[in-house]
Write a protein that binds this ligand. Structure first.
Ligand SMILES: [Mg+2]
Length: 229
């Protein structure tokens, strides 16, 4: 192995994210419980998100707009404005959540930064991801921050080109097989999967990976012997 750059996904790899979305979704479903059962509202919200993804991209602002649109649809445009106001407030609250680093993140970055160039490769709202990085206290470990609108093979090819390295010198670590691992393996890089206890439905894949460039670890710290040994 001749890895030069290690890229980290951010949400649910470096810090807590998905639980905040689940919390907001639960609040949203509770606000609309007069119209539909909880799980049906969740399905409707997911459908709106999928429809809007090409227009809005990822992140909290997209999510908030999708909650508004779903609420209007579910209520057949009869929604009380006070509920609308609460939905918008919930979205704003998501943008002010504390940054909670996941277990072992700081020590892993510290150790790897002595041998590798570290970068962040994340989706989401530009402003929100910048806020989270600033507040995280770990921004100084990274040589480069890439906030991407998608994480597919062309996006990684672009990033690798920008970093001026070859795909086989690039290793990506993240909690999503679909976004953080498969496209990187496809272009000849290395992928490490660190599962998080909860995964957004969109990122879930049923996939057995049989590649010498892949490994799965239970905790981010477990990559240290592999990368520093
Ligand atoms: Mg993630």
């Amino acid at each position: 192995m001749n890895i030069k750059v290690i890229a980290f996904d951010a949400d649910d790899t470096l810090w807590v994210n998905e639980p905040y979305f689940l919390e907001a979704e639960n609040k949203f479903c509770a606000l609309l419980e007069d119209y539909l059962p909880h799980h049906t509202i969740s399905q409707e919200l997911f459908k709106t998100q999928m429809d809007n993804l090409p227009l809005y991209g990822y992140g909290v602002k997209n999510f908030t707009l999708c909650m508004v649109e779903t609420a209007l649809r579910i209520s057949d445009n009869t929604l009380n404005v006070s509920i609308l106001e609460k939905i918008i407030k919930n979205g704003k609250e998501m943008l002010q959540k504390p940054i909670e680093l996941l277990d072992g993140v700081e020590e892993t970055l510290q150790a790897l930064s002595e041998k590798y160039r570290l970068v962040v490769a994340t989706k989401g709202d530009l402003l929100d991801q910048e806020r989270k990085l600033k507040k995280s206290g770990i921004e100084h470990y990274f040589h480069h921050i890439e906030i991407m609108s998608e994480k597919k093979t062309p996006d990684y090819e672009k990033l690798i080109k920008h970093l001026d390295i070859k795909p086989e010198e690039f290793l990506m670590i993240g909690n999503s097989i679909k976004s953080d691992v498969l496209p990187v393996l496809e272009i000849g890089g290395y992928g490490v999967h660190v599962p998080y206890h909860t995964t957004w439905a969109y990122e879930k894949v049923d996939h057995n990976i049989d590649s010498p460039n892949f490994r799965k670890v239970d905790s981010i710290k477990e990559i240290l012997p592999f990368l520093l040994g």
